[in-house]
Design a protein around this ligand. Structure first.
Ligand code: PRP
Length: 191
């Protein structure tokens, strides 16, 4: 155990703790400014974190957004332990509270195929919210991605297998403080 990479399975660090923190703070300030009027009118803002990948981002972003918000979570799964989205989205845990009449901001860690957000956005829009927007830390720069309007985006990232800061491979590496590229040989058997 030495240095910031700690794991032998890590190829490189894509975004450092400092780069992530700086971008999250910028997003938080932008979100706070955009929703200030709504808060002023007495309307509620709800951050909806998608478990488990968005846990770190949700924790940091919610503290960077210096306006009163509610926090709720949904657990969905699209990957299982594989490397590519199956296109199947399973709801493992629903929201705890009603979002009718609220401004909903979906907090996601990464947009890959976009299938998860496509499903969640439609699902949440059917519950009568005042608005539904998306904030994602990462968006993969790929052509075969669903058409998702992501209002707040941290980084456009390369099409690599990324882990850390909430992102996993087979439930490992989520607790890395950086967003890292996983060595291909670690997941090669799944390709
Ligand atoms: C991952 C990631 C996103 C989704 C993105 O979640 O956290 O939610 O996949 O992929 P997509 O754009 O191709 O749909 P996963 O289902 O692996 O669950 P997790 O958040 O618990 O890791």
């Amino acid at each position: 155990m030495h240095g910031p990479t700690r794991h032998d399975d890590i190829e490189s660090i894509l975004y450092t703790e400092e780069q992530i923190a700086a971008r999250v703070n910028e997003l938080g300030a932008q979100i706070a400014a955009d929703y200030a009027d709504a808060i002023e009118r007495g309307e509620e803002v709800v951050l909806v974190g998608l478990l488990k990948g968005s846990v770190m981002f949700m924790a940091d972003l919610s503290r960077a957004v210096k306006i009163p918000v509610r926090m709720d979570y949904m657990a969905v799964s699209s990957y299982g332990n594989g490397v590519k989205s199956s296109g199947m989205v399973r709801v493992l845990k629903d929201l705890s509270d009603d979002i009718a009449g609220c401004h909903v901001l979906i907090v996601e860690d990464i947009i890959d195929s976009g299938l998860t957000l496509k499903y969640i956005q439609k699902n949440l829009l059917s519950r009568g919210p005042r608005s539904v927007e998306i904030v994602s830390l990462l968006r993969k720069d790929i052509s075969d991605q669903a058409d998702i309007a992501c209002r707040y985006l941290g980084f456009v990232c390369p099409d690599e297998f990324l882990v850390g800061y909430g992102l996993d491979y087979a439930e490992r590496y989520r607790n890395l403080a950086e967003v890292c590229v996983l060595k291909p040989e670690v997941y090669a058997s799944l390709l």
